[in-house]
Design a protein around this ligand. Structure first.
Ligand code: CA
Ligand code: CA
Ligand code: CA
Ligand code: CA
Length: 541
């Protein structure tokens, strides 16, 4: 069955502050996909992330959910929404795509540092995705032979001033790279290589100044958005998970307040017409599950519907300096009523804030409109808990669902850059009605530990070295087999959970408090290097 949209019957155009852009960039056309870790996920060079792309009804997020090779999708399309208030003028500005039926708010390519704008040709030049596999970077670093296609991954990487890019490439901060010769310019002839995360990464960038915002009708913010989607091959506990890093630079002359970033997602769990959604506020997850026990049609998962979640893994510190990484979670239906599709700049912004289109707050219980207790989080209970607030406990009629999970609020000064990392997690073959979402929570918790351990310690590749510890196995003292002076140590168990972190002022660490087993250690030296090692703790103390 074909998915039916409600078309916008009208768009209320509200000019909020400065004049609209006169740049005439073309609509984005590039499409690429991650194909790693059991996932095939499409990406667009517009404001979308997981995207059905130009081909309209291609499912965007395909998970190989069973051994027979059944390939079904959990997400129809998703996008990043941005909204902020200009501190000087008080004008509200929004950039937010959905299906791009009525227009666009984002275009491909960077914003020039000098002109603070872009142009038709530059948007076209950057209407691309750059895909890199870590195995090819490793080969390049080792001086091994690369095929022409493998070479392209390294030589065409759109990093600062790369001389191997055929078009007029900007001399400004672009794709991340390891600057082996330290001259602040990317040139693989001198050994430089892409600095990616994961075992496969796709990098691209977009802007909101390339033309008039015809979807939200919001005034342009002047933001450049760099994105990197990535995943791992050999982390069994992150099977069926992908990551997305979103780096936003305010290239306008405006200082903004009340900035909110939203991930808007139209989950379609197999058959789109029988879904439920919910959120877990403690772990910053928005998720979808099947609203009944059978997911019918050729697109359906049958009796084995999965859980599909999106997690804010790492967000910038907000106004309130809280650890609560989700500002709001709103669901809406495919309708133009008060809890339906947003139609103008104010309505996109109210959803980012966890407020209904008519300006009224979400209230706890029922459909979120008739209670007394105000909350920014819709359906925050576990569906398996009859006393929690979920679509199951209400109960609702399963149908098509969309959601927005937001992060904020932030100040966003002119010239400032902020980074968000999100993770997508699929739990296959869950089935049943009102499933317990604990497996999704467990996966999200593990992803957080994994991220903090491997990624947040963001030190250039070549300063990470391997070392050994002795005696190994040990029952108590572990000596460092390095001449470097070690200032601190972190120890992780095999699940990636950090169980020891301490400062060191000797040539050994005492691990007699650990239980028997295999451990991984990061040793931090006084000269800024990280040494990785593993050891076995024996049972005798
Ligand atoms: Ca260089
Ligand atoms: Ca479904
Ligand atoms: Ca059904
Ligand atoms: Ca949906």
């Amino acid at each position: 069955m074909k998915k039916i949209f409600l078309l916008l019957s009208f768009v209320t155009v509200i000019y909020t502050g400065t004049a609209q852009q006169t740049v005439d960039c073309n609509v984005a056309t590039s499409q690429s996909y991650l194909n790693i870790n059991n996932i095939k996920a499409y990406l667009s060079s517009s404001g979308e992330v997981w995207s059905r792309g130009a081909n309209d009804l291609v499912p965007s997020y395909i998970v190989n959910t069973n051994e027979a090779g059944l390939k079904l999708s959990t997400i129809f399309t998703s996008a990043i929404w941005l909204g902020a208030v200009d501190e000087a003028s008080g004008a509200l500005k929004v950039a937010a795509n959905t299906y791009r039926q009525s227009g666009n708010d984002f275009w491909p390519g960077p914003i020039n540092d000098e002109t603070k704008s872009t142009d038709f040709e530059q948007c076209n030049n950057y209407d691309k995705h750059w895909k890199v596999n870590k195995t090819n970077i490793d080969k390049f670093k080792a001086g091994a032979q690369l095929t022409d296609d493998q070479k392209k991954e390294i030589y065409k990487w759109p990093a600062k001033s790369n001389p191997h890019i055929y078009f007029n490439h900007l001399n400004q901060v672009m794709a991340p790279f390891v600057d082996v010769d330290g001259d602040d310019i990317y040139n693989p002839d001198n050994g430089d290589y892409p600095k990616i995360k994961g075992d496969q990464a796709i990098w691209w960038l977009i802007n909101d100044v390339g033309n008039t915002h015809t979807e939200s009708a919001g005034a342009a913010l002047g933001f450049e958005v760099k994105k990197m989607a990535y995943a791992y091959v050999d982390e069994q506990r992150l099977k069926n998970s992908t990551f997305l890093e979103v780096t936003i630079t305010n290239k306008s002359n405006n200082n903004y307040k009340d900035f909110l970033l939203g991930h808007w997602i139209d989950f379609d769990l197999g058959n789109f017409n029988d879904d439920f959604i919910g959120c877990d506020t403690l772990n910053a997850i928005g998720y979808a599950y099947n609203g009944d026990d059978f997911d019918e049609s050729t697109k359906g998962f049958g009796y084995n519907a999965p859980l599909q979640g999106c997690q804010f893994l790492d967000v910038p510190p907000n106004y309130y300096n809280t650890k609560n990484k989700m500002y709001a979670f709103v669901y809406y239906i495919n309708h133009f009523n008060d809890i339906g599709t947003p139609g103008n700049v104010q309505q996109y912004h109210t959803y980012l804030q966890g407020i209904w289109k008519n300006g009224l707050p979400i209230t706890y219980g029922g459909n979120g409109t008739a209670g007394r207790k105000v909350t920014p989080y819709m359906y925050s209970g576990n569906p398996s808990d009859p006393n929690g607030w979920s679509e199951c406990s209400v109960p609702n009629e399963p149908a098509d669902r969309r959601m927005v999970m937001s992060s904020g609020k932030y100040k966003f000064a002119a010239g400032e850059t902020k980074t968000w990392t999100m993770a997508m997690h699929t739990i296959p073959n869950v089935g049943g009605t009102c499933p317990n979402i604990q497996p999704l929570i467990d996966k999200a918790k593990y992803a957080k530990v994994f991220y903090d351990r491997f990624l947040l310690t963001d030190i250039d590749d070549f300063s990470i070295e391997s070392t050994t510890l002795y005696p190994n196995p040990t029952s108590s003292k572990l000596y460092f087999n390095t001449t470097a002076s070690i200032k601190s140590i972190e120890v992780f168990d095999v699940y990636g959970k950090r169980i020891l972190q301490k400062n060191i002022n000797s040539i050994y660490v005492n691990v007699n408090g650990l239980s028997k087993g295999l451990y991984y250690a990061n040793l931090f030296s006084n000269d800024g290097k990280v040494y990785k090692a593993k050891f076995i703790k024996s049972s005798i103390n």
